[in-house]
Ligand binder design. Sequence first.
Ligand code: AMP
Ligand code: MG
Length: 353
Amino acid sequence: MTQAAKTTPTSMRRICLDAKQPAAEGINFAAETIGSGGLVAFPTETVYGLGAKAWDASAVDKIFRAKGRPANDPLIVHIASMEQLPAVAREIPGLAYALGRQFWPGALTLVLKKATKIPLNLTAGLDTVAVRVPDHPVALALLMAADAPIAAPSANRFSRPSPTTAQHVLDDLGDAVDVLLDAGKTAIGVESTILSLLDEGPQVLRPGGVSLEALREFIPKLDFRPRLLGEDEAAPAPGSMLKHYSPRARLLVFQGDDDLAVRAAMGAEIERHQNIGLMADDADAAAFCGFNVKIERLGTGDEQAAKRLFAAMRALDEQGVDLIIARAPEKRGLGLAVWDRLLRAAEGSLVEV
Ligand code: AMP
Ligand code: MG
C-alpha cells in the first residue's frame, strides 16, 4: 500500500478561509460539526487549536484521544466575548473583568473557579477552568456560529511543537480531525499567557503572548518563577512539565551575556557534529553562514522569533538533524515566552557560557 503522506485525508474536510473575512459557509459547516460532537481545528492568533463543544464530555474526550494527551492535562475553554464568562466560571473576581476589558480578545488565559456545567474531563478533574477570548476572526466567527464555548488545546500531538500552520495540524493529527479551518500562519506563534486568579493571588502559570510587563500595569508585583519539573514529579499544570513543545532531535540551548563567547561555544558545538541544526536570529545566522550546519532563521527581535520558533523546530526535524542548537533570548516581553518554550523543548539542557 502506498502512503499518501501529508495530503488531506479523505475523511477530513479542509476548508481554506480568508483570515480577515472568513466565508460564512465554511464557518457554518465547522460550527455544525462542533454542534454534533465533532472536532474542528482552527486558527487563533497564538497557534492552531483543536476544538470541541465544551459542554459535551464525549466530544472533549475525543480531543484527548486525538492528541495523545494525558487526562491530567486540562484544556483551555474559548469564549466569544467576556459576556460568556459567567457561563463557564463562578465567583469571578473584579480583576478578571478588568483584565478581560484590557486584553480580550487576546492571548491571555485566566484560571478561575469553574461553573458546574463544565465537564470534569475538560478540567482534568480540577474545580478550576482556564478561559480566554481568542483574537482571530476565524476563531471568533466559529465561536459565534457554534453558539457555545469551545474547549481547544493546541492542535498538535502531545509534547510536539505547537502548530502555527494548517499543515502542522495535518502532519500531527491527520484524519483524527473532522474539519480543518486553514487560514494561513498564526500571528503570534507561541501560546497564550496563563494567569491564575484563584484565592492565593495572581500567578503566572505559563508566559505567552501577553507580556508580564503589560500585566504589571494591573498586578505590579507579578513575576514568573519557572518550574522545570522532571516528569516523575507531580505537576500542578502539566503544561509546566519539563518535556514539552519538543522536536524529535535533541535540543541544546546556549545562554550568556558575552556575544562573542556564546558564538564561540556554539561554533565549537557545531564543529563536533556532522548532522546539526541551528535556530538563530538573523545576526547569528549570518555569523554561522558557511559552517557545516542547517540553519533556520528566526528573524530579528522577539516577535519574529516567537512567530517562527515552532515551525523552525519542525523544519529541522524534517531535515533529519540529530541535534539542534539555539540561543536563549532575554527574558522580557515575548522573549520570556520564547525562553520558556526553548527550555522546555530542550528538557532543561542549557549551556551557560
Ligand atoms: P494548551 O492549550 O495545549 O496550550 O494547554 C493548555 C494548558 O492550560 C494546560 O497544559 C495547562 O497548563 C493550562 N491549564 C488549563 N486549565 C487549567 C487549570 N484549570 N488550572 C491550571 N492550568 C490550566
Ligand atoms: Mg499545547
